[in-house]
Write a protein that binds this ligand. Structure first.
Ligand SMILES: [Fe+2]
Ligand SMILES: [Fe+2]
Length: 266
């Protein structure tokens, strides 16, 4: 099976890129499943049920999130009612929502396995708020998920490359793919690790790249110069969809290939 993971969708420009480019990518790569990180999809901060609904309508099967989870208060509706919306697994016990889910792959030609598990975990190094240990919790969760399917995709939302690489190596052979999000800068280290896990430190972000991580440049520089809080408006130009296409052996759940995606919206 082949899946596309879309890096953090930032604001209206990012959503527009998904709307226009996803059908083209689906055709080009014969995609069976699409996962997107939506933590910045509402004006750059958080996500609402309406925006999640639009992304699902446009062909995204599962939405993951991260530290911007709580930025829009309506997210509580998604956490309560939408199984296709995931929040980091390692929030304290009792937090609404779910960190993983098992989903049917409806149009898969191969009938060996027609289920995929998606897991969303958040790192702790240089991240606020500090959550529970992602390594121990992810390992337990992966064990549970493997009883239902061997095809498992993990979005590891984290800042430090060291933590991300260690996490990928830690889960090598246990999951089909570990792809990082949060830094908004796509890394060039895509690889299939020795035991069969596809890995990429960061998928990058989907939105306006003529800016600072998707925001207008001037307020960000002003904040660094003066320390005074600024409004960070979403930037406008050079809109790109960033992510990765991963090919997975349906029978074993092992990755065959990972390819970075960086597609310009023209
Ligand atoms: Fe983000
Ligand atoms: Fe983030």
């Amino acid at each position: 099976m082949k899946l596309l993971f879309i890096g953090d969708i930032v604001g209206q420009p990012g959503r527009n890129a998904v709307k226009i480019l996803l059908p083209k990518l689906r055709e080009r790569h014969a995609l069976d499943f699409v996962i997107a990180n939506g933590e910045n999809s509402a004006g750059g901060s958080g996500i609402t049920p309406k925006i999640a609904g639009e992304l699902f309508d446009e062909g995204v099967d599962v939405i993951t999130s991260g530290d911007h989870l709580w930025d829009q208060k309506e997210v509580t509706e998604l956490l309560a009612n939408e199984k296709r919306f995931l929040r980091p697994l390692n929030y304290p016990a009792g937090t609404p929502g779910q960190g993983s889910g098992v989903f049917e792959i409806s149009n898969l030609k191969s009938q060996i396995s027609n289920r995929i598990a998606v897991l969303n975990v958040q790192g702790r190094t240089f991240m606020q708020p500090p959550l529970e240990n992602p390594f121990t919790l992810a390992l337990e969760e992966v064990k549970r998920l493997r009883e239902r399917t061997k095809i498992i995709f993990v979005d590891f939302h984290a800042e430090a490359t060291s933590e991300k690489i260690a996490f990928g190596r830690f889960l090598d052979g246990q999951v089909s793919a570990v792809v990082g999000t949060h830094t908004h800068v796509q890394t060039a280290d895509e690889q299939v690790l020795p035991l069969g896990t596809a890995y990429l430190t960061d998928a990058g972000f989907t939105g306006p790249h003529d800016g600072c991580l998707g925001r207008e440049i001037e307020p960000v520089i002003k904040k660094f110069l003066t320390g005074i809080p600024q409004r960070f408006e979403v930037a406008k130009n050079r809109v790109q969809l960033h992510g990765a296409v991963i090919e997975i052996d349906d029978a074993t759940g092992k990755a065959i290939k990972i390819q970075r995606v960086s597609e310009m919206l023209t």
